[in-house]
Design a protein around this ligand. Structure first.
Ligand SMILES: Nc1ncnc2c1ncn2[C@@H]1O[C@H](COP(=O)(O)OP(=O)(O)OP(=O)(O)O)[C@@H](O)[C@H]1O
Ligand SMILES: [Mg+2]
Length: 242
């Protein structure tokens, strides 16, 4: 194990021996963008823990810091201060290579803007992500299975430009879940879906959490997501207020 990926001290000190580590742990996390008169305190002292198998919705007005917090928990963005542990690994002092390893092993991320490669088909987008995560020969069959699970079996060979917004969203979801990561972070995963597709996506997410024990944090304005979550967190001006 890398010296930079230490066991999270907070977990060791607070948990009993029998209790599993939270899948996601944040302690007093802050994020300040910019400097001088352009400073934005996007996240201010957020602490949270999400257990394996738990579905948590994160709500809040536009600009309240939801995407910033999700990016920090997803090890895409470094916090200004505070600590983050993913699946029991403390990541705040990890270097770029170690963070990339945590992302590959432990995190599936659904971005607000999809982030699909425009020149790759749906199948290639998902298979490529699996290859980056270390899958070799079985990347294509696993990618196919993930696309079928999100109802896109008949669109596998389409390029993103030939898919609707909701279909692109489902490709992004297939990509996030294909590697079976213990933590799935999703930014507005149902925002561009019709209600039938949204229900299908939510049912899939529920199976991931409750049958396979994945931890889910879902940024959303969708009341359907709120209703299906185990817990709802609300952010305002960078703080968790509920
Ligand atoms: N790279 C950046 N540089 C400077 N400020 C930023 C940057 N990214 C975000 N911000 C600011 O941080 C604050 C929080 O932004 P964030 O994207 O996290 O909000 P959000 O809750 O996800 O909003 P939305 O619901 O509109 O997606 C906003 O005021 C935003 O302008
Ligand atoms: Mg956002």
């Amino acid at each position: 194990m890398s010296s930079l990926l230490r066991e999270a001290p907070a977990i060791l000190s607070s948990a009993t021996h029998a209790a599993p580590a939270p899948a996601v742990l944040a302690e007093d996390v802050t994020k300040r963008y910019g400097e001088g008169v352009h400073v934005v305190d996007a996240v201010r002292g957020v602490s949270l823990a999400i257990d394996p198998g738990e579905i948590v919705a994160l709500e809040g007005p536009s600009g309240s810091g939801k995407t910033t917090l999700l990016s920090i928990l997803g090890c895409i963005l470094t916090p200004t201060s505070g600590r983050v542990a993913i699946a029991g690994r403390c990541v705040e002092s990890a270097g770029p290579a170690e963070l990339a390893a945590v992302r590959r092993r432990s995190i599936g991320f659904v971005f607000q803007q999809y982030n699909l490669f425009p020149a790759l088909t749906a199948l290639e987008n998902v298979a490529y992500a699996l290859q980056v995560k270390g899958a070799r020969r079985d990347a294509r069959p696993r990618a196919k299975a993930a696309l079928e699970a999100v109802g896109l079996g008949d669109r596998m060979h389409f390029l993103p430009r030939d898919l609707s917004g909701g279909q692109k969203q489902r490709v992004a979801l297939a990509r996030a879940i294909a590697g079976n990561p213990p933590v799935v972070l999703a930014d507005e995963p149902t925002a561009n879906l019709d209600s039938a597709s949204a229900r299908r996506v939510l049912e899939l997410l529920r199976q991931l959490a409750h049958d396979r024990g994945h931890a889910l944090l879902i940024v959303t304005h969708d009341v359907a997501v709120r209703a299906f979550a185990d817990r709802v967190l609300v952010m305002r001006d960078g703080r968790l207020v509920a």
